[in-house]
Design a protein around this ligand. Structure first.
Ligand code: HEM
Length: 180
C-alpha cells in the first residue's frame, strides 16, 4: 500500500491523540519499517491493520470506527492533493467514476498501487449501491471515503453496509441521499 496512506494515518493520530500515542502504537507493533514511511514508498498493508488494531486497544475505539474516521480524513487529503481527479459535479457521478476513471488514473501514477474493485448500481435518483471487492478487506475505509465524498459534494447521505461476505473481501455498500 502506498506510503501516503501510512503517513496521513500517523498525521491524523498525532492530531487527534498526540505524538505520544503515535510513538506508543509504533513501539507496541512489531513493524518491519519501524513506523518510518515516506509518502511515495510502498509498504505492506498489514502494518496499517497492526497499527489500527493497537490504537483501537489503547483508545478503546472499535477498529471499524477508526478506519471510517480515517477514510473521511483521507478523502479531504486526496481531493486537495489531486484536484484534477475531482471532475464530476455530483456525488453519484463521482462514485460511479472511481472504478473506471479515478483508480485507473492512480495506477498510471503509481503502477504498484493495490486498489479495490467497485461496481456501481444506481437504484433511483437518491439511492445507489457500490460493491467493494478487495483482498485487503478495507470496506470500512471505503465507507469513510464515501462519507468524505458526500461532504465534499455538500450531500447529506446515509452510507451503510447492506451485505458483507463472511471474510470482508466483498461488501455491498448503500448510499442513500437524505435531501435529494
Ligand atoms: C469515494 C471515493 C473513493 C473510494 C470509496 C476509494 C476506495 C479506496 C479503498 C477502499 C482503498 C484501499 C485499498 C483496498 O481496499 O484495496 C483505496 C486506495 C487508494 N485510493 Fe481510492 N477511493 C476513492 C477515491 C480516491 C481518490 C479521489 C483518489 C485520488 C486520486 C484515490 C486514490 C487512492 C490511493 C492512492 C490508494 C492507495 C493505493 C495503495 O496504497 O496501493 N482514491 N481507495
Amino acid at each position: 500500500m502506498k506510503g501516503i496512506v501510512f503517513t496521513e494515518f500517523l498525521e491524523l493520530v498525532e492530531t487527534k491523540f498526540g505524538i505520544k500515542t503515535v510513538q506508543d502504537i509504533i513501539d507496541a507493533c512489531d513493524l518491519k519499517t519501524n513506523g518510518v514511511y515516506t509518502s511515495v514508498g510502498t509498504y505492506d498493508h498489514k502494518e496499517m491493520f497492526q497499527m489500527v488494531g493497537k490504537l483501537s486497544e489503547i483508545q478503546n475505539i472499535p477498529v471499524a470506527d477508526l478506519l471510517q474516521t480515517y477514510g473521511t480524513f483521507f478523502f479531504s487529503v486526496l481531493s486537495t492533493s489531486y484536484p484534477k481527479f475531482m471532475t464530476k459535479n455530483n456525488l453519484f457521478s463521482f462514485l460511479e467514476s472511481i472504478d473506471g476513471y479515478i483508480h485507473p488514473e492512480v495506477l498510471k501514477l503509481y503502477p504498484e498501487a493495490e486498489l479495490p474493485r467497485f461496481s456501481s448500481e444506481k437504484i433511483n435518483d437518491s439511492e445507489m449501491q457500490l460493491v467493494y471487492e478487495s483482498s485487503r478487506k478495507m470496506s470500512d475505509f471505503a465507507i469513510g471515503l464515501i462519507k468524505g465524498a458526500a461532504t465534499y459534494y455538500n450531500t447529506a447521505a446515509d452510507v451503510e453496509v447492506v451485505k458483507s461476505e463472511a471474510d470482508g473481501t466483498k461488501v455491498i455498500i448503500q448510499i442513500s441521499c437524505i435531501d435529494a
